[in-house]
Design a binder for this molecule. Structure first.
Ligand code: ZN
Length: 135
């Protein structure tokens, strides 16, 4: 059993930007060369996250709207006294920092409609996610 880590570089284009990174994660699995195991996708940022969801454009807009309703941008957040992005951090809590996908036959065993999404919550920025293939 060993782990091969790779980093996927990302560029977000908007304050809130949902990027479908499924193909890049699949590519990292192919490069790792393993067939059976686990794939970990880890986001090393406090104002971004990763999640697994359908990438239908209407649903992505719904997800953005839901995040801004659950965590409104204009509350009197304490963190905004030192860094004007408390809502971005709190929305990242909803997303989470990692996902785990089974590796089967050398590919991430996602369901038919499942995609791996990078959730930018304080863009635009240069970002990265770590992909670990454990086999
Ligand atoms: Zn901050």
């Amino acid at each position: 059993m060993g782990t091969r880590w790779q980093t996927i570089a990302l560029t977000s284009k908007k304050k809130t930007d949902l990027l479908d990174i499924t193909e890049a994660v699949s590519g990292a699995c192919q490069k790792a060369g393993a067939t059976e195991g686990l794939v970990v996708v880890y986001c090393p940022h406090t104002t971004a996250g990763v999640l697994i969801q359908e990438a239908e454009p209407g649903l992505l807009r719904d997800l953005e709207g839901w995040l801004s309703r659950v965590v409104p941008p204009d509350e009197a957040y304490h963190h905004n006294r030192i860094d004007d992005n408390a809502a971005s951090h709190l929305r990242a809590v909803l997303s989470g920092a990692s996902v785990v996908v089974p590796l089967r036959g050398g590919r991430p065993a996602l369901g038919t409609w499942q995609r791996v999404l990078f959730v930018e919550l304080d863009g635009p920025r240069e970002r990265g996610v770590h992909v670990g293939v454990i086999a």
